[in-house]
Design a binder for this molecule. Structure first.
Ligand code: ATP
Ligand code: LTN
Length: 332
């Protein structure tokens, strides 16, 4: 398949698995917002991925709406296509077909599965194991060219390309090959409590100091940053240790600066100076998002109508691709 004329298609998604953190914002959402006019975008709320680990039903419903409001509050324009994955059954239908062409060995190698299943491998769900097949379906259904994500998703997009190529070789050009779009800045924000670990929603449950959430009040943000792990040096030195480097990375991403500029700004400054500059920059970026979020959440019914309306508009596109694949493999 060749991509059609017009702006290149972008597809990305985030799981409604709890509040979004600064890593999700800097690694993904902020880039979607910045580049939205350059592409023909589809932004998904991937609730079917979220149920790969246990969820409270009421919390999942709330997190789904909350994530839609966060997309808009962050600056995604209302005319962009934003929808909930489970509203379009073609996603799990295509995922099933892809699963039948993905060798177990490919899935076994996925680092996200290894990290998330951990020592509970035997007890983790088959859905968690097959997760990348569903992600591949999300991307391939819309003839996507670019997938803007954080660094941790690179491997899943490689698998998407591999399975698409496998079907294309066997059945002719069924799929457009997508590419990961990963920015140099902010692609891997680390935990504030432990800069060896990626900032993630799952780890935030055990330690409230791990992540800054987009809806954290300013005083909480300042407290978390003040307590962020650094090292025993008295002031900023280069090369900086991992904790300090992470704070500098947050700062330079939010303020759109390159490394030489932040090195000049903070060289030999005490950590307290760095931390209050980071806190100011984060609070300044998040305050308007929080205000817009509250306005949007005043009309949940309207938000749900928008999500359903977009799914109605996208369903025929997804079904066309699904039917093409079904026909190619002999299912229709
Ligand atoms: P979980 O911990 O539940 O796996 P998560 O925090 O990794 O969740 P996802 O919903 O899986 O969040 O990811 C949404 C987007 O945010 C993806 O594009 C992902 O690459 C990006 N992302 C997640 N964590 C980070 C991070 N620490 N730094 C930069 N980008 C990130
Ligand atoms: N696995 C992704 C979320 C996701 C996604 C997608 C991202 C599901 N489907 C399609 C981009 C394109 C994650 O961030 N954990």
């Amino acid at each position: 398949m060749q991509p059609g004329p017009g702006k290149p298609r972008v597809f990305s998604g985030i799981q409604p698995s709890g509040g979004l953190h600064l890593g999700n914002y800097l690694g993904a959402l902020r880039n979607w917002v910045r580049d939205q006019d350059k592409y023909d975008n589809i932004f998904c709320i991937v609730d079917l991925h979220t149920i790969t680990v246990p969820q409270d039903p009421a919390a999942l419903r709330e997190n789904t709406l909350s994530l839609a409001a966060i997309y808009l509050a962050s600056g995604i324009k209302t005319e962009q296509a934003m929808f909930v994955q489970s509203h379009i059954p073609a996603h799990p239908e295509l995922a099933w077909i892809l699963e039948c062409f993905i060798p177990m060995g490919w899935l076994e190698r996925m680092t996200q599965f290894k990290e998330k299943s951990g020592r509970e491998r035997e007890r983790s769900s088959a859905g968690l194991f097959a997760y990348p097949a569903l992600m591949a379906a999300d991307i391939l259904l819309y003839d996507t060219r670019y997938v803007p994500v954080g660094e941790d998703q690179r491997q899943h997009i490689e698998l998407t390309r591999d399975v698409a190529q496998r079907l294309n070789q066997r059945f002719g050009e069924v799929f457009v090959l997508p590419e990961a779009m990963i920015q140099a800045a902010g692609a891997r924000i680390m935990g504030l409590d432990d800069p060896e670990k990626k900032m993630s929603k799952s780890l935030a449950g055990d330690n409230p100091g791990h992540a800054i959430f987009l809806l954290d009040p300013p005083d909480v943000i300042r407290k978390k940053i003040a307590r962020a792990q650094t090292d025993a040096q008295p002031a900023v030195q280069f090369p900086a240790g991992t904790g300090v480097r992470n704070l500098l990375e947050i700062y330079r991403t939010i303020t759109d600066q390159d490394w030489p500029a932040v090195e000049r700004e903070f060289a030999a400054k005490p950590y307290s100076v760095l931390k209050s500059a980071v806190a100011d920059a984060v609070v300044e970026a998040l305050t308007p998002i929080q205000e817009r979020y509250r306005e949007i959440r005043a009309d949940d019914a309207g938000l749900m109508r928008q999500l359903r309306g977009t799914a109605d508009r996208l369903r025929p596109i997804a079904n066309t691709t699904l039917q093409r694949v079904q026909h190619a493999v002999g299912l229709r």
